[in-house]
Design a protein around this ligand. Structure first.
Ligand SMILES: NC(=O)c1ccc[n+]([C@@H]2O[C@H](COP(=O)([O-])OP(=O)(O)OC[C@H]3O[C@@H](n4cnc5c(N)ncnc54)[C@H](OP(=O)(O)O)[C@@H]3O)[C@@H](O)[C@H]2O)c1
Length: 252
């Protein structure tokens, strides 16, 4: 199937490792022109070199802390300078971390800052151009819809889902889609280095919670994201799609 992504201009946030890294590679392999952003410039350049090594166009590297006050302006300028316009925005940046009930406000605020604010701010930066061109694809990475406990990152992701659904209503007639994709447990940096650092801990969780029986790879979720980024996904909008090996019904 031709996803018709050739020469589509795409921005992937949080692309230095993990899911964003996998999405950027898959978009490039489909012939898209890709811009990648995160804080670690060395990792972004490694990814750009890897993609260029396949014969694809070298991605535009935009090293920036997405929470800095000028991040949307910096990222938009770099994208405009390189591409002139943006067709596809993948709002992937985010992270989970413990946020007990009695955690200080700072812990909750920081997780909301990372898991909600950049998605809204970046979308606001690129939406006027999409509206003008009557075309756009916005894909937002969120989280479980069946949280086992009150958590700041899950609550912030739920806010994105409500925001994305509302947005999809507003921009649907302008050729713009907005969808959310919820990962179950995907082998990314935060998962393998922080949340489930051992093979034993991953297998234990998978045995108890994931019908498929294993943690997914970034490519498993990139397939869904890249489809939603494509022109042929024009009739899919306002959705929240789980890619989780069947985990959602059993999570606890
Ligand atoms: N993996 C899963 O199982 C899972 C499950 C549920 C939801 N999710 C969601 O899926 C998305 C991707 O997760 P992941 O597991 O692939 O995460 P990850 O491996 O931890 O990667 C996170 C990415 O975000 C970037 N980032 C973090 N803070 C940043 C900041 N302040 N400014 C700019 N970039 C920043 C990191 O790059 P730098 O450190 O270089 O800045 C990195 O590229 C997130 O929204 C996450 O909440 C993932």
């Amino acid at each position: 199937m031709d996803l018709q992504l050739k020469d589509q201009t795409c921005l992937v946030t949080g692309a230095s490792v993990g899911i964003g890294h996998g999405v950027a590679k898959m978009l490039a392999s489909e012939g898209a022109r890709v811009a990648i952003t995160a804080r670690r410039e060395n990792l972004l350049n490694e990814l750009a070199d890897e993609i260029a090594g396949t014969g694809a166009e070298r991605p535009v590297v935009i090293p920036v802390d997405v929470n800095s006050a000028d991040a949307p302006d910096v990222i938009k300028k770099a994208v405009d300078d390189a591409f002139g316009h943006l067709d596809v925005l993948v709002n992937n940046v985010g992270a989970a971390a413990a946020s007990p009930m009695d955690a200080p406000d700072e812990v909750w605020d920081n997780l909301f800052d990372l898991n909600f604010k950049p998605t809204r701010r970046l979308t606001s930066a690129f939406l006027p151009g999409m509206l003008e061109r009557k075309y756009g694809r916005i894909v937002n990475l969120t989280g479980t819809q069946e949280p086992p406990a009150a958590s700041a990152s899950t609550a912030a992701k739920a806010a994105i889902q409500a925001w994305s659904k509302g947005l999809s209503n507003q921009v649907g007639a302008d050729g713009i889609t907005s969808n959310c994709v919820c990962p179950g447990r995907i082998m990314s940096e935060q998962v393998t280095e922080r949340l489930y650092p051992t093979e034993e801990s991953r297998q234990q969780f998978a045995d108890a919670n994931i019908p498929a029986g294993y943690f997914g790879d970034p490519e498993d979720i990139a397939c869904m994201i890249v489809f939603l980024c494509s022109p042929i996904a024009r009739y899919v909008t306002g959705t929240v799609i789980e890619v989780d090996g069947g985990m959602k019904r059993y999570s606890h």
